[in-house]
Design a protein around this ligand. Sequence first.
Ligand code: PEP
Ligand code: MN
Length: 329
Amino acid sequence: MNIQPIFDRPNNRPVLIAGPCSAETEEQVLQTARELAQLGYVDLFRAGIWKPRTRPGEFEGIGTVGLGWLRKVKEETGMKTTTEVANTQHVFEALKYGIDVLWLGARTTVNPFSVQEVADALKGVDIPVIVKNPVNPDLKLWLGAVERIYNAGIRRIAVIHRGFSHHGETSYRNVPRWQIPIELRRLFPDLQIICDNSHICGRRDTLLDIAQRALDLNYDGLMTEVHPRPDEAWSDAAQQITPAQYGDLVSHLKLRQLSSDDPEYVHNLEHLRHEIDEIDEELLNLLGRRMQLAEGIGRYKNATTSPSSKPTAGRRSWTAASPKARIKA
Ligand code: PEP
Ligand code: MN
């Protein structure tokens, strides 16, 4: 594949993408944009217009009217804009309103039908596209989405690492599994990688740590959710920060001098360290769960062997003569 970079990075400076999880009101979008523009270094303003929510009843996005607000952001502040698209209509509307960069969300990347629909809508259009990782840790699915977009003729493609769904206790909202994006970069060194620290962390206090890890792993940039009043946000309130807090986060980032000239060596070392951290965390969680289960077994045995509560349940076996299941009329 002949993938082209989306972003220029003079002096290896990280690409900074910031803005609210969702566009909620014109005032909220413009206030965020004005305050971010004042920082002077935000490359791309993000805001979700159509929100794929895990469960119905949550805020599902303001829709097309919000695209007009993003157009105003660009006119007023000069910042370029980006939003998530998940179907043909989203693509057409976003293009109509002059959105500069499109992104595919994790719940879209996971579905080849949806990715193909977006790719088909993009045929003959020259616009940069960023592909988020799928919700599940499947490198092929992620790559497949990049390939579908590429096959539609798009050449400026990047990826966003936003972590992966995980069952059980973890301090992350989406566990990073750094080895997956690192493997992607090994396969396609030209693909720029952005870390979405907001969706990995799901909380504010760890955003800097994850952002710094990403930069230490030579990521090309960060995507971070910023809201003027984070606690009142209509989506992802717990992970959003104010523009001032964002400025503070960026000011603490360090572009480290790598100790070896061999990027492969550095990558692999970091990769292994992060993998150990993740395994340590999983081990602690598993041990905690094991202890709980062991206690549960003890309680269950005590209860079922007491004279007053003998277990009575038995099992009936299934035979071919058992009645068939029927679809209800
Ligand atoms: C988002 O960026 O607000 C979003 C919905 O992200 P993801 O697709 O990573 O869940
Ligand atoms: Mn979000």
